[in-house]
Design a protein around this ligand. Structure first.
Ligand code: KIV
Length: 276
């Protein structure tokens, strides 16, 4: 039985920290699910850490659905959240609902996430009315990187902080079951967490949030192009992978791989006949 949004909400009220990780493929999702992480986000960070785009903006809905399906196949317990890519929830309510439903009906996700506060609250309300759980995402919203003039801390000025508070409240009022706070000052994130009755999930938002989310490639050290300040590398997979690839390269070159252990034998008589 998968985790439900009711259980996620209850975790906040019991003071139990909520963990969330991104995943983009079957094998990784299976490991995360097996550990008992309750929330798996198929983030549009896919575009940067898996597909090699410069930002999340080029990611298409077809790419997101493809990877969401793989993650759903690898999980039994976690709530899988599909991330709505750039401009798939802005043009009209009708188009938003159509795109949202694809994550649930075609890809098998249990919830969706989208970026924005007051400006998309009405869309959130309509999606929730259709029976689809919505996770909000405010603060540094990477799909607006050009409008924000880069990946910078949000909510530092009095006006910007007050606006973030209003955005968070608007998402709760619209029926979102949780909200991601990305790259906002820790005291502001703690205040928003205190004011909301739905859980906040922080990334670069300090310890005062109800939960934390990280990009799996960041905590595994498997994405070397850019290491965000808010991450902690629990292992440096790039070094481990590089060493394994070098060892393989050398062993093929010098004939040390494959050995008998990796090879199959066959009947000597059949071989002898073939040689005649
Ligand atoms: O796309 C993503 O991975 C995200 C998380 C960083 C919250 O939106």
């Amino acid at each position: 039985m998968r985790i439900t949004i009711r259980q996620i909400r209850e975790m906040k009220h019991k003071g139990e920290k909520i963990t969330m990780l991104t995943s983009y493929d079957y094998a990784t999702a299976k490991i995360i699910d097996g550990v008992g992480i309750p929330l798996i986000l198929v983030g549009d960070s896919l575009g940067m850490v898996v597909l090699g785009y410069e930002s999340t903006i080029p990611v298409t809905i077809e790419e997101m659905l493809h990877h969401t399906k793989a993650v759903v196949r690898g999980t039994k317990n976690a709530l899988v959240i599909g991330d709505m890519p750039f401009m798939t929830y802005h043009i009209s309510v009708e188009e938003t609902l159509r795109n949202t439903s694809r994550f649930i009906q075609e890809a098998g996700a249990q919830a969706i996430k989208l970026e924005g506060g007051i400006t998309i609250a009405e869309k959130v309300r309509r999606i929730v009315q259709c029976g689809i759980p919505v996770m909000g995402h405010i603060g540094l919203t990477p799909q607006s990187v050009h409008q924000l003039s880069g990946y910078r801390v949000q909510g530092r000025s009095p006006d910007a902080a007050a606006k973030l508070l209003r955005d968070a409240q608007a998402l709760e009022d619209a029926g979102a079951f949780a909200v991601v706070l990305e790259t906002v000052p820790a005291p502001l994130a703690a205040l928003i967490t205190h004011k909301l009755s739905i859980p906040t999930i922080g990334i670069g938002a300090g310890i005062g949030c109800d939960g934390q989310v990280q990009v799996i490639n960041d905590i595994l050290g498997s994405f070397a192009d850019f290491i965000p300040k808010h991450t902690k590398q629990y292992v440096k997979l790039t070094d481990i992978i590089r060493k394994a690839v070098i060892d393989y390269f050398n062993e093929v070159k010098n004939g040390a791989f494959p050995t008998e252990k990796q090879s199959s034998t066959m009947d000597e008589d059949i071989l002898a006949k073939l040689k005649k």
